[in-house]
Design a protein around this ligand. Structure first.
Ligand SMILES: Nc1ncnc2c1ncn2[C@@H]1O[C@H](COP(=O)(O)OP(=O)(O)OP(=O)(O)O)[C@@H](O)[C@H]1O
Ligand SMILES: [Mg+2]
Length: 241
């Protein structure tokens, strides 16, 4: 791992307006994620974890402060420019999979690919290769309703990798899965981090998921409460759910 800061928040604040009220959700958030790091974000419900991940993933813009993705200040980019940064750098995995239900596994991966000058046959081959990486070669033609939860999340990971992103961001990727499928998904993400050097940030409620990472940022009430090495729970607490 080199020491380059590839994802940086500088005094970031985020507030939402509801009617004539403003609701502060994140306050003065400052941190840097270095290339190849595996970070987990934890904290109580409503503390701002998903909001923070969405800002990291250029899905939304901060109300104040600056966000740098690979050295580029993305805080003030227009939505087209943000979409470009997102498709070139970021793979996102959601708790509820968010697959297109009328498309097969392989089509869900293909459709996420930036299609600039890439022939359809090549996209198909690449999508097959990604499904192989997540152990789903045999399920390429299945639609989401013909897949288990764990398989759906593995398709979603393959889709997130479609454009060879530098960052993989996942919001409670095991939240809808049983313990065994959750561990399988985490093993795949952990393999990507180790073998491809992908920088990973995962939001989770589960200490067993957090132990796949090395560093935990703890949020509370919109602020960073702690940021340091992930605490290792006792072995008997390590089962998912
Ligand atoms: N689009 C929005 N408009 C208004 N308020 C919002 C919006 N999105 C989130 N919030 C509020 O911001 C706060 C933080 O929400 P967020 O989803 O980031 O929390 P979280 O830590 O991910 O919680 P959970 O663990 O339940 O997923 C909550 O109080 C929520 O109601
Ligand atoms: Mg959330």
């Amino acid at each position: 791992m080199d020491n380059k800061c590839v994802l940086e928040f500088e005094a970031v604040g985020k507030e939402y307006s509801i009617g004539d009220r403003t609701l502060p959700v994140l306050r003065n958030i400052t941190f840097c994620v270095r290339k190849g790091e595996f970070v987990t974000v934890m904290g109580p419900s409503g503390s701002g974890k998903s909001t923070m991940l969405q800002l990291m993933g250029c899905l939304d813009k901060p109300s104040s402060g600056k966000i740098y993705v690979d050295g580029v200040d993305v805080s003030k980019l227009c939505s087209d420019a943000l979409a470009k940064v997102r498709s070139e750098n970021i793979g996102f995995v959601f708790q509820a999979f968010n697959l297109l239900s009328n498309m097969s596994a392989i089509q869900n991966v293909e459709i996420a690919m930036a299609i600039d000058n890439v022939p359809a046959a090549e996209r198909h081959e690449r999508a097959l290769d990604l499904l192989k990486k997540v152990g789903l070669t045999e399920r390429a033609d299945h639609k989401p309703n013909e897949l288990s939860g764990g398989e759906k999340q593995r398709v979603a990971i393959a889709r997130a990798l479609a454009n060879d992103p530098a960052f993989l961001l996942a919001d409670e990727p095991t939240g809808n899965l049983d313990s065994k499928s959750g561990m399988e998904v985490m093993e795949i993400i952990s393999g990507l981090s180790k073998n491809l050097g992908t920088t990973v940030v995962i939001v989770t409620h589960e200490p067993a998921v957090a132990t796949y990472g090395k560093r935990t940022i703890m949020l509370g009430d919109g602020s960073i409460k702690s940021d340091g090495p992930t605490k290792r729970p006792a072995v008997h607490d390590l089962k998912l759910k």
